[in-house]
Design a protein around this ligand. Sequence first.
Ligand code: CA
Length: 425
Amino acid sequence: MHGVKANDPKLKSWVDVPAESDFPIQNLPFGVFRTESQLPRVGVAIGEKILDLKALHILGYLENLPFRLEDMLADSLNPMMRHGKEAVSDLRNRVSKLLRSDMPDLRDREHHVKQVLVNQSEVQMLLPVKVGDYTDFYSSMDHARNVGMMFRDPDKALLPNWKYLPVGYHGRASSIIVSGTPVHRPMGQTNASDNSQPVFGPTKQLDFELEMAFITFDGKPLGQHISTVEADDYIFGLTLFNDWSARDIQRWEYVPLGPFLAKNFASSMSPWIVTLDALEPFRVMGPVQEPAVMPYLQYEGNKNFDIHLEVSIAPSGGEEKNVSVSNYRYMYWNMAQQLAHHTVNGCNIRCGDVMASGTISGPTEGTFGSMLEITWKGSKPVQMPDGSVRTFINDNDKVIMKGYAEKDGVRIGFGECVSEVLPAL
Ligand code: CA
């Protein structure tokens, strides 16, 4: 895969791509959009435009690929993704070829260009996948250790299982929403201490979790496993993911079965799925895993990815404040191990499943991926530019996540995952 032609840093597009754009010709992420007058369709981001794949299909530019018009005139990427890894890689390579500055086929047909390019500023982006199942891992060691130190014994911050398997739980798919969709502060039960009575009301500890999520192709039939060697063939791409959490609700409800209403009210996803193909140049070595993992979790090659991540909080009408700069490379367990573990018991994965990383925290202050850690359980409030302070997220705050990989003058960006918190209903 390292030879993916569409990734060549020398490629330029005849479509204008501003400097610092997340979407140069080497990226070509997939999303679903609609305009006021047109039905939802599949598109690919390029600079500040979207290439309309439905229009491209009608004009014959996707010939000799297995895709039907209905795959592109769809309100999710699932029909396209059902064709599998190889077909989608071929599609991305075709799009790359059509957009290259030295390829006249589309470039010189002005009447076609008008039909296939749309301004990103003029469309509504939709949730890119119909999510069948959502799994949330807990794969950043620094995050797990921070939480363990705060809530348990600092000397035994990691639970005994943590270095033996990628801990995860099954989340809720129905409340996964696309960036830009506001989130109401959830109501729920909380209990300040073991000696008091629980109370009901809006959460007082609404938090974000900086995560990345990968989206799967159809997996194998029930009962079969996906090995770490095979895993990449089942991964379509990645998005930014804000796994909203209500810490006070979580603390009261989570025993003994784990997260429930503290987590399932919303998770926000960025609208563009950056393919694993586009991220190939950004592979890096993972951490040394000690003790050695069991054979089914062993892997070869570079399975981590160097993706710069950042989070800021913007109060209503106020200046935004950066609260975290992290990196996806900090993950202890990688995607291949997560998939191998997920399927080792025969659990089947399906097209459009979302597998989130768990909160991504780095080793030092400033790199933490949740307010819980940034303010160390509220003991170190964040000072905002307007003079106010935050221990958690207030009503009418926007939480903004961004991410990109960058090398050889090429930036493969993820756009933004933004959502505003509205008062409780
Ligand atoms: Ca999470």
